[in-house]
Design a protein around this ligand. Structure first.
Ligand code: MG
Length: 96
């Protein structure tokens, strides 16, 4: 049993999924502080990003969707790369 499965088994699905939301809101708050208030909070951004990544791993474990998310993400990244290529072409960028 991995650490995510252990956490879900120990603390339960609902509390852990609420924890996903809590961590995402903490990261949201730090991004807003950084952008809106020009706060030097890189340490907090690192901490909250790590927290969110951990909880997203737990979410994928909870719903047994790790492989599906990975596949969707790969497809999405291909689409984003195509859009970036089109953007560069339209704007005369040659850096890529
Ligand atoms: Mg946190």
């Amino acid at each position: 049993m991995n650490i995510y499965e252990r956490a879900l088994k120990t603390w339960g699905k609902e509390p852990q999924m609420l924890q996903v939301i809590e961590e995402m809101s903490e990261l949201t708050k730090e991004i807003l502080k950084n952008i809106n208030r020009k706060k030097d909070n890189v340490a907090e951004l690192i901490e909250e990003t790590a927290d969110v990544e951990i909880m997203l791993s737990q979410l994928k474990c909870c719903y047994n969707i790790t492989k599906e998310v990975e596949d969707y993400k790969a497809q999405k990244l291909i689409k984003i790369a195509k859009r970036l290529d089109e953007w560069d072409k339209e704007h005369g960028n040659t850096a890529a």
